[in-house]
Design a protein around this ligand. Structure first.
Ligand SMILES: [Fe+2]
Length: 129
């Protein structure tokens, strides 16, 4: 489904969870690291809803009310997201699954001038044990 959404081949890069949050928890707005570019968040179990806020194409934050059994796709490394409102329940369990486009993860197939310019420094190299 995610490959259809983004229109390119993806590779699984991380799975976080099941994470459990307790009363008063808060996830400040943030963007994920590059290898977490394409993300899915999956609520597993909760006693009180806790909306996810995600930046839309206009830069506005929108509230998403996810129910158990639903999943939200978002561009974790490009869009601000989080749960700035403190959780009011006792337990919220969630999973996060992250992907990156395959072309970003594959090593280059040919040497380019960029690769040569940023090659290892010349001269003796330190030895690491
Ligand atoms: Fe995130």
């Amino acid at each position: 489904m995610l490959e259809n959404w983004v229109g390119m081949e993806l590779e699984l890069t991380s799975i976080f969870g099941i994470r459990e949050y307790g009363i008063g928890s808060r996830l400040l707005w943030h963007k994920d690291r590059e290898h977490l570019l394409i993300s899915a968040t999956i609520p597993v179990q909760f006693d009180v809803p806790w909306n996810l806020e995600v930046e839309d194409n206009n830069g506005d934050m929108i509230d998403v009310d996810l129910k158990v059994g639903e999943m939200l796709f978002y561009e974790g490394a490009l869009r601000l997201h989080g749960r700035n409102t403190r959780f009011r329940g006792k337990s919220y369990k969630n999973m996060y699954v992250h992907f990156a486009p395959k072309y970003l993860l594959e090593p280059p197939t040919e040497v380019t001038t960029f690769d040569v310019a940023f090659d290892k420094p010349k001269g003796p190299q330190p030895t690491y044990i």
